[in-house]
Design a protein around this ligand. Structure first.
Ligand code: ADP
Ligand code: MG
Length: 624
């Protein structure tokens, strides 16, 4: 057999490499901005068109490149940053693999303009999918401007894989936030076509508040610890500021943003029992370590890192975070032995003393959280309008008569009809009885012609409210109710485009929202059916749903109905009775009546069963 192995042409090899380094427009921004940082820029400007699909441009005032370097930069493994393998362990630059530019130009059309300070003329280089199209001298400012046009134009599978503009913009803004945070001493701006964010040079703390602007500074506790292995500095959030969604969590190692699940666990662990289980603290922590003791080169995107002294750094990190929490007085005082860090070495077999915790008896970390807080007056909790002394039989007959949807399955007269929900076949008739009992502050028990009904109180109430909200929101004209004290909602930059996307639906639903300044909007009215809900929380949850895990929930794919349903569900969930809430007899009665007035009372909006019926034959089989 003749020889069959051959070397791949550079263009193909570069495309393959691009698959690892450049996954989406935000990866291009990361690579280009990091190059500008390495080139000593103090001012970086980013321009985006069509969420990066048609244009990504990064302009810097850094060192620039010579004519030859400008061409060399697009060769594979061409870098000015390391010379040999030893340099890998003394990295002071963001880049070193010489992969980004060749990868980017393999999958796009690139135009580079660059000039060093000592040249009088710069150079303009145009490339099309790796091929040099032209190079010419040009008058320009010192620094570099790199334009990436039509990303993935020659890789249709990749192009198709991109999410909606909205999701890609969210990714871009998240990347921008990370880059801006790490490089606080650089002025950096982004223009996405409909929004400009321009961040001045600032201290680390100032940069945090410049990016997120939501009075975060009041919630930040400084962390500062220095040992021979690591210097840890930065900020953590006060426990009251823990977030249920999108916690801001950043670990920066030697100026590089990193994912590090092990250290993340160490930090979050310090908040144990100080914050609600479903919330997370924010943290912005910088580690400085000897570059020899870390390996950044474990992934092409360089956002993972291996520490030689991971085990040793863990307790230092924990003590630093706990000490900061304790010292700040933000929490019930935690009395730690703060000095020296790390503490005296223990003798073999000796058990270290546990730090003492002094928490006031009346301290309840969950006080600030909406969910589970049942003390709040609930406006939906059984409005008075339903008449008392109702006629239970007519309720039952109405339900049976109701010959559509779920009701049809219960029509005992019409045995020939195939039930749509097979499980319900044996449950047949629903005749909720007059007497309701509550069990475990979770279930309502009542009897009827067909047996004993056990109803999940929260699911039932969510379903009732959901159905009410949907029927209101479905109407074209929504009635708004002005808020006496308008609420302010802070939206972080990465969510602006999603917020704008859902805005028409929010307005349609009856919210009135006005842009105020920076990241702030004012909510001046809410849907009239939604009295006393927390509009900020509702809108944030809706935003979460839209952005859930970067899934594509663009209008084109789901549409307004999706958002309205989601909004109805979110409002219903936040207003419905909780488990653990004691219900009066009237309340239970009200709930049962309303539930069985619905066409489809059996399943919650999520498809969970709302009630079970134990009938004669069930009971007989138990008591046989
Ligand atoms: P790496 O950053 O890993 O070295 P890249 O492919 O990203 O690899 O860049 C290749 C080289 O191009 C860099 O080493 C640098 O010398 C040069 N370069 C890239 N971007 C810039 C820039 N904005 N300013 C000056 N030089 C740059
Ligand atoms: Mg680079």
């Amino acid at each position: 057999m003749s020889d069959i192995i051959r070397l791949l042409p550079d263009s193909v090899a570069n495309q393959i490499a691009a698959g690892e380094v450049i996954q989406r427009p935000s990866s291009v921004i990361k690579e280009l901005v990091e190059n500008s940082v390495d080139a000593g820029a103090t001012d970086i400007k980013i321009f985006i068109k069509d969420a990066g699909r048609t244009l990504i441009q990064v302009v810097d005032n850094g060192n620039g490149m010579s004519e030859t370097d400008a061409r060399m930069a697009f060769e594979r493994h061409a870098t000015s940053k390391i010379k040999d393998a030893d340099d890998l362990f003394a990295l002071h630059t963001m880049g070193f693999r010489g992969e980004a530019l060749p990868s980017i130009c393999a999958i796009s059309q690139v135009e580079l303009l660059t000039k060093t300070k000592d040249q009088s003329l710069g150079t303009r280089l145009k490339l099309n999918a790796t091929k040099v199209e032209s190079q010419e001298p040009v008058a320009c400012e010192s620094g570099t401007s790199l334009m990436v046009k039509n990303l993935f134009f020659n890789v249709p599978a990749r192009r198709k894989f991109l999410k909606s503009d909205n999701v890609e913009l969210t990714n871009i803004m998240r990347e921008f936030e990370r880059l801006a945070l790490v490089n606080n001493n650089i002025r950096i701006s982004i223009d996405t076509g409909n929004r400009i964010l321009d961040l001045r040079r600032a201290s680390f703390k100032q940069r945090i508040t410049d990016i997120w602007k939501n009075s975060l500074d009041l919630h930040l506790i400084p962390v500062d610890v220095e040992t021979s292995l690591v210097k840890i500095s930065g900020f953590i959030s006060r426990p009251e500021f823990a977030r249920r969604r999108n916690p801001l969590q950043f670990l920066i190692v030697n100026g590089r943003n990193m994912r590090h699940p092990y250290f993340h666990k160490a930090i979050v662990g310090c908040y144990d029992s100080l914050i609600a289980i479903d919330t997370q603290p924010c943290y912005f922590l910088k580690f400085e370590v000897d570059p020899k003791t870390i390996d950044v080169n474990i992934h092409p995107t360089k956002n993972e890192i291996k520490f030689e002294f991971e085990q040793e750094i863990w307790p230092i990190l924990q003590v630093a975070v706990k000490a900061a929490l304790g010292k700040s007085g933000a929490v019930p005082s935690i009395d730690f032995n703060l000095e020296p860090i790390p503490v005296q070495p223990l003798k073999k077999g000796e058990i270290p003393p546990a730090p003492s915790l002094d928490i006031p008896k009346d301290y309840n970390p969950f006080n600030n959280f909406e969910e589970g807080n049942n003390n709040k007056e609930n406006p939906y909790k059984y409005p008075d309008k339903t008449p008392r002394n109702r006629n239970w039989d007519s309720l039952y007959s109405d339900f049976i008569k109701d010959a559509h949807g779920f009701g049809r399955n219960l029509d005992v007269q019409n045995q020939s009809e195939k039930p749509v929900i097979p499980e319900f076949k044996q449950e047949t008739m629903i005749t909720p009885g007059k007497i309701c009992l509550q069990y475990a502050e979770k279930y309502i028990i009542t009897t009827g012609g067909e047996g004993i009904f056990i109803i999940d109180q929260r699911r039932a109430h969510v379903k009732i409210l959901y159905s009410e909200f949907i029927s209101h929101l479905d109407k074209t004209e929504q009635v708004s109710q002005g808020l006496m004290f308008p609420d302010t909602i802070e939206i972080e930059p990465s969510l602006h485009s999603s917020f704008e996307e859902i805005m028409p639906d929010l307005l349609h639903a009856g919210f009135q929202i006005e842009y105020e300044e920076e990241n702030r909007w004012k909510i001046t009215a809410v849907p009239s059916i939604a009295k006393n809900i927390d509009p900020v929380d509702i809108i944030k949850r809706l935003l979460d749903a839209v952005n859930d895990n970067g899934a594509n929930y663009g209008k084109d794919s789901i549409g307004t109905n999706y958002l309205i349903n989601k909004l109805a569900l979110i409002m219903a969930r936040s207003s419905a009775v909780n488990y653990g809430q004691k219900l009066s007899e009237e309340e239970m009665e009200e709930l049962v009546v309303k539930l069985f007035s619905l066409a489809d009372p059996l399943y919650s909006p999520n498809g969970n069963k709302i009630f079970y019926v134990f009938n004669d034959s069930n009971l007989n089989s138990v008591f046989k």
